[in-house]
Design a protein around this ligand. Structure first.
Ligand SMILES: NC(=O)c1ccc[n+]([C@@H]2O[C@H](COP(=O)([O-])OP(=O)(O)OC[C@H]3O[C@@H](n4cnc5c(N)ncnc54)[C@H](OP(=O)(O)O)[C@@H]3O)[C@@H](O)[C@H]2O)c1
Length: 329
């Protein structure tokens, strides 16, 4: 089959379209013919190397999310049959050391497959499964947002950020967002953002402080770096800072006493891959329900051929995208 592989870590030049053999199907797996492959920032981190505690052995395929059609099932698989339209996030092994979705086919443990309802398109599902599972990990496991609260969502037009904005709004939380451009502000507003701060041009700490002098209840941060550190100055006493990503860089080590001086702030860093199978399945089904009932509005910035996976990475790294980027095998 055709697949995109890396033979080293670095820029997009390490990505190559290759011909590889699909492994033999294990008894608990189904073979999926991919129709859409979701591109995620974590794929870029795996390609660059040096971000995660472990790396795949090279050469390695990339990718952890796809939608497709079941072609064959292993002897132990009971509730999935050939012809089912399914989606999944992650294969059997760890996210960052055993990826493999940038390919025409993948053998996936059946317990990770969810059926895609007939009123959800392949594009919509592939746009939101991993990013929605991240939002579920944040809002159902890490921070229970309450109606009436105010949240700040950084990069509010990003894949995960835009889902958080829609979800928070549906919960009765007022989302303020930071975004990199007026187009992104419009996009976030359509999903329920009450105020949009252009953080490349405006000082987001000053802007939030003028909108909410006492601070916000919680900040959701997929940017990291300096944006994380500065966010400590816009949070109410006993509020929370939930970091889930590092698009702008790693967070510098800090003295835990800082949290006391800033108002006893709760801080966590979530990781989507630690969810157990019951939570994973419940959340994936919830995300698909949210798509079907309009709570989440998937947006696909670009659909590119699998062979142009490197261009997909470049688009995302240049901050040119809103919502998701997909590949077609
Ligand atoms: N913890 C987990 O398990 C988990 C799961 C999924 C994703 N993540 C992480 O969450 C982050 C966001 O993921 P996503 O899918 O929402 O990504 P995405 O759609 O590609 O969005 C990333 C956005 O971050 C903003 N950004 C700020 N500084 C940036 C910089 N220096 N370079 C590039 N972008 C920058 C940009 O928006 P503006 O132009 O508006 O600033 C950009 O569009 C990533 O770091 C990803 O690895 C973590």
């Amino acid at each position: 089959m055709r697949a995109v592989s890396i033979n080293g870590h670095g820029g997009t030049e390490v990505m190559q379209l290759v011909d590889v053999a699909l492994p033999t199907l294990a008894p608990d797996e189904a073979r999926i013919r991919h129709t859409r492959i979701g591109v995620n920032y974590s794929d870029i981190n795996v390609r660059r190397g040096g971000f995660y505690p472990t790396s795949p052995s090279l050469p390695s395929l990339l990718g952890n999310e796809a939608v497709g059609v079941v072609e064959e099932v292993g002897a132990e698989v009971e509730d999935i049959v050939p012809g089912d339209r399914v989606g999944y996030v992650k294969g059997r092994g760890p996210f960052h050391s055993e990826p493999g979705s940038y390919a025409e086919y993948r053998n996936v443990p059946a317990e990770r497959l969810v059926r895609i309802p007939s009123n959800v398109t392949d594009d919509s599902a592939a746009a939101v499964l991993l990013k929605g599972l991240t939002a579920a990990t944040i809002l159902d496991l890490s921070y229970r947002a309450e109606p009436g609260q105010t949240a700040l969502v950084h990069a509010g037009a990003s894949g995960v950020g835009s889902i958080l904005v829609s979800w928070l709004s549906a919960l009765g939380v007022t989302p303020l967002v930071t975004v990199g451009s007026p187009d992104k502000a419009e996009f976030a507003r359509e999903r329920g953002a009450a105020e949009c701060i252009l953080y490349n041009k405006q000082d987001f700490v000053e802007e939030v402080r003028s909108l909410r002098p006492d601070g916000v209840d919680v900040v959701f941060d997929g940017a990291g770096g300096d944006i994380f550190t500065r966010s400590l100055d816009v949070i109410k006493r006993n509020g929370a800072l939930i970091n889930y990503g590092n698009a702008a860089g790693r967070v510098a080590p800090f003295d835990i006493l800082t949290l006391a001086f800033k108002g006893a702030i709760w801080v966590t860093r979530i990781a989507v891959q630690h969810s157990d199978i019951p939570f994973y399945r419940r959340s994936m089904e919830k995300i698909l329900r949210f798509v079907a009932d309009g709570t989440i509005k998937p947006h696909v910035s670009r659909v590119l051929p699998l062979a142009q996976a490197a261009s997909a990475h470049e688009l995302i790294e240049s901050r040119a995208t809103m919502g998701s980027v997909l590949l077609v095998p």
